[in-house]
Design a binder for this molecule. Sequence first.
Ligand code: SF4
Length: 395
Amino acid sequence: MEPMHTCKLFGAIKTILGIKNAIPIVHGPVGCAYHMRYLLTLRGGSKVKICSTQLSQEDVVFGAEKKLKDTIVKVDKYYKPDLIAVLTSCSTSIIGEDVFRVVKEIKNEINAEIIAVSAGGFEARQNEGYEDTIMTLIKELVKPCKKSDKPLINFIGMYRGGPDLKHLKNELKKMGIGVNCVLTSGCNIREIRNLTKANLNYSFCDISAIKPSKFLKKKFGMEFIDYPFPIGFNNTYRFFNKILDFFDIDYPLEKEYAEFKEIKDKLIKNLKGCKVAIISGPTRAVALTDFIIELGMEPVLISIDLVGEKTLKHLNTVLSNTNFEPEILIEPDLIQIEKRLKDTDVDIILGGANELSFSFTYKIPVVDVMHGQAKTMGWDGAREIARTILKNIKT
Ligand code: SF4
């Protein structure tokens, strides 16, 4: 009744907004674009451009191809984007507006590259919005390139820039590994076209990056890695180690990892036995579970909003060497999570802004691991999450 996921259009918009100088045009009534913009700018105060064809009642009954064409031309002329993505919404998906034909017809009349994605909210949840849009970008834009003779990697399904991405890139640079394209967080259209220059793809999202990674392997022979996700000291070590192994690079990673032993021992001493609820997306939920076990804490409730084909397998691997038997909620709604939180003795929640209401109601501190400006990945992220837990934990 109270869903914890959103619609396909959200995923499509978020994917496009991660590309520099790209503009999504939502072919639908005004609310779809407005509410998405509101949601995506609420926390960071950032400015995003989401255009709309602003359909009327008559348009959603009889179709509005002309309005769409006029909007595309206007957006191309006014904003001069590198890429326009036409996205259907519920109303235009229901009437079957042929946006693919419109895009084909107008392609030569505009300067921007243009793609279309069927993104009606009722078609699927946000994960398919991410996945379909990435697949469309790959199919429409990526071309075969000469492989780089230096170690070069793509991050697939990473929608988070900020300090996390900067930190991972810096660490990889120290190892002599370049990041070719981050699909999609701060990449540009040229980087997408040249995606196949890289020697390796790393999937950052269980629910939207595995299919594109498999496609890139089949079509262009690009190898990919999909696990682990670099949250926590152990996971960060394994993440870099896998990449170093792939490129056969000799690097003192063990030494780097060993430098955190003292910090870790102190954290374990203070956090041992604390009970944790994790409320998150699949890839993060698995990595966070691993991390809190690493810190000596106990996962008592794990709520995962959507699951990918490998999520539960990875989660089982994490839990298999422990005596913990947390309650696992798969794709729950808000009422279920609230009920379980109320009945479970939890010292801290690892989640996002959505969980603040639980925090106020049940007086359980929340560590926000979803905010784009929070440090969560790599060595820096592990230190930061642990410090924040320590600062906030119920005593
Ligand atoms: S569910 Fe449909 S109407 Fe609602 S925002 Fe998504 S696309 Fe728009």
